[in-house]
Design a protein around this ligand. Structure first.
Ligand code: NI
Length: 155
């Protein structure tokens, strides 16, 4: 038996222009719907509509990120040993270099001294996907970086 899901309108903020909302129906077999309900329940969703809206947004964002020219923001996480030769200075130089660049900007950075040796740094970048990936990869491949991760979202 098919189950029917209706996407309900998003709440609007008073005084802002409300997007026109379309209601659509989605047919799913019971087994798939049961799995979906279990998953979104575990993730803390209050409604199927909210979960489906997020899935759609995530997919659209992922699609935009496939294009190197898309605008995006990114957080680069790295753990490094601050005793590593000149890594700290290299990281600072690289960030200063991009602060005034028109196409790629370092918006912010956060530094946490984890222990005697290790530092966690989060560098937030804004620019085109292609440039972000290039700079982020050059950061993560620096000698002395122990762990790294890039999180990019389309903006
Ligand atoms: Ni530190």
């Amino acid at each position: 038996m098919d189950h029917y899901i209706v996407l309900t309108p998003q709440s609007s903020i008073k005084g802002t222009k409300m997007n026109r909302v379309e209601r659509i129906g989605v047919s799913l077999d019971k087994k798939l719907l049961t799995k979906f309900d279990k998953l979104i329940g575990e993730q803390g969703y209050q409604s199927r509509s909210e979960a489906i809206r997020d899935l759609v947004r995530r997919q659209l964002s992922a699609e935009r990120l496939r294009h190197p020219k898309s605008k995006a923001v990114a957080a680069v996480f790295l753990v490094y040993d601050h005793h590593s030769t000149k890594l700290t200075e290299k990281l600072i130089d690289l960030q200063h270099m991009h602060i005034l660049a028109s196409s790629l900007q370092v918006i912010s950075s956060l530094h946490v001294h984890l222990d005697e040796h290790n530092c966690l740094e989060v560098i937030v970048l804004r620019g085109r996907v292609g440039e972000i990936n290039k700079v982020a990869e050059s950061i993560l491949s620096m000698k002395g970086v122990k762990l790294g991760r890039i999180n990019v979202v389309a903006s």
